[in-house]
Design a protein around this ligand. Structure first.
Ligand SMILES: C[S@@+](CC[C@H](N)C(=O)[O-])C[C@H]1O[C@@H](n2cnc3c(N)ncnc32)[C@H](O)[C@@H]1O
Length: 449
């Protein structure tokens, strides 16, 4: 008996000239072709003499089970899917069915996945070059994915300035998801952000709309539409939607300054090795900016900025800022040293941006189990110590003498700083802080300042 084979074929957006040679060849090799009815129609001219199994939209697992059963009979079975079969396609469910049925990759039934041009690249090709920088895709179908998961992903990519491709944006029943997606994206993106709405790419009813993000949800969007949303650099010129390859147009490569005018084509020097020097130069040129303002400006966690400050040298200073990582256990340091630091200010920020500034002194610190409690008659501040992954001493001449406690991501948990009274720092407290600073320097073997 001949040995069966399963060909998982992505045939691209729809037009034959956009199918890969291997996809055409694989369909011709097949004895049986299984697919959703619309897909079968799209490759109808290649099916002569073949057994064709048309399945409905909801019969996904049936398609995979049928493919396996036919392959077990020794047939070569093509399971076809539009775009790339591995992108929101049948490759995943088929492998799941096979593995659950005891099939293994070294089984005599061979499985071949044949890639195709996915909707996002097909749609992008029709509107210009919107995907030439980092992008991601999100499906708005909440049939198998809970909406809170989709919303969290939308929020994360909107914040991170990815170009976004929305698959399954809307159907007859699912009409609210695109409205909600627009609302979330607008929290982080400008209303005029370019959006391309591409319907039935490379098919008979192809339709393209170029709109703004704040117009997106009111447009003609359906099941066969992919929505491409630009990042902060994407622009439309002469009807073409283009995302520049780099952010050189956005940041001055030397200072990190945001350019008021676009300067396309400049190379990026704000890379892993370069950005810290840019940040230090920015602090040098903007001496009144706080640590928080600078870290927001560069969109980097606070600890990353402090690392850039700690790497400063006489030739390459970070303005008036200096920093050193604490080598002593921070909790022990607080318990031992806080009393000698006199009047202290603790600053804690909520995720929503509220800032608490608490005036306290060393006597207010108490450790209870995993918690550091800072308590007096006016407030109780409870800090879960396991959240604290590191601490830094950061100072700025005559403005800031602080210890910053950061989490594993590098975001601030809280910070303590010396407080001025009558516009002056207490001499003894300051001397103690500087003594601690010197101790930390000695611990890491840095020479005296
Ligand atoms: C289940 S997903 C299948 C994706 C497919 N496997 C791919 O790689 O393109 C269906 C979604 O793909 C998008 N899509 C598929 N073909 C398209 C086309 N020709 N034009 C625009 N969007 C398309 C639509 O967003 C549609 O809702």
């Amino acid at each position: 008996m001949s040995i069966g084979k399963i060909l998982l074929i992505g045939f691209g957006p729809g037009a034959k000239q956009h199918m890969s040679l291997r996809a055409v060849e694989a369909i011709s090799e097949a004895d049986v072709v299984i697919g959703y009815s619309t897909y079968i129609n799209l490759v109808a001219d290649q099916l002569e003499g073949k057994e064709v199994v048309r399945k409905g939209m909801t019969e996904e697992l049936d398609r995979s089970i049928e493919a396996y059963q036919q392959a077990k009979k020794g047939k070569t079975v093509a399971l076809i899917s539009s775009g790339d079969i591995g992108v929101y396609g049948m490759a995943g469910p088929t492998y799941e069915v096979l593995l659950q049925s005891g099939w293994r990759p070294d089984d005599e039934i061979e499985v071949e996945v044949i890639p195709g041009s996915t909707a996002l690249s097909a749609c992008a090709s029709l509107v210009g070059a919107p995907l030439t920088h980092d992008f991601c895709s999100i499906s708005l179908s909440d049939l198998l994915t809970p909406w809170p998961v989709i919303a969290a992903r939308l929020n994360a990519v909107a914040k991170s300035d990815f170009v976004v491709a929305l698959y399954n944006p809307k159907s007859g029943r699912r009409t609210g998801q695109i409205v909600e997606a627009q609302r979330i994206l607008l929290q982080h993106r400008k209303p005029e952000t370019p959006v391309a709405i591409v319907k039935s790419a490379y098919r008979e009813k192809q339709n393209i709309q170029m709109v703004r993000l704040d117009e997106m949800a009111n447009c003609n969007i359906g099941m066969l539409t992919t929505v491409l949303i630009g990042n902060s650099s994407t622009f439309i010129e002469h009807g073409l939607m283009i995302t520049p390859r780099g952010y050189a147009n956005k940041y001055n490569p030397l200072t990190g300054e945001v350019n008021s005018e676009e300067r396309r084509g400049r190379s990026l020097t704000m890379g892993l090795d370069g950005w810290q020097a840019c940040a230090r130069q920015y602090m040098q040129e903007n001496p009144k900016k706080s640590l928080r303002e600078v870290s927001n400006y560069f969109a980097m966690p606070l600890a990353q900025l402090i690392t850039a400050i700690a790497a400063a040298s006489a030739d390459d200073p970070a303005g008036e800022f200096k920093a050193i990582a604490l080598s002593t256990d921070p909790l022990t340091l607080i318990q031992k040293e806080s009393a000698a630091l006199g009047a202290i200010r603790a600053v804690v920020r909520s995720e929503a941006g509220a800032v608490s500034e608490l005036m306290l002194n060393g006597a207010n610190f108490k450790q209870r189990g995993e918690w550091l409690n800072i308590e007096n008659e006016h407030f109780h501040l409870h800090i879960h110590w396991q959240k604290v992954a590191g601490a830094w001493m950061v100072q700025q001449h005559d403005r800031l003498y602080s210890i910053h406690f950061v989490d594993a991501v590098g975001d601030s948990v809280f910070n303590l700083s010396l407080r001025k009274t009558a516009a002056r720092f207490d001499k003894q407290a300051l001397a103690h802080y500087q003594q601690l600073w010197q101790q930390q320097r000695e611990l890491v073997g840095v020479a005296d300042e």
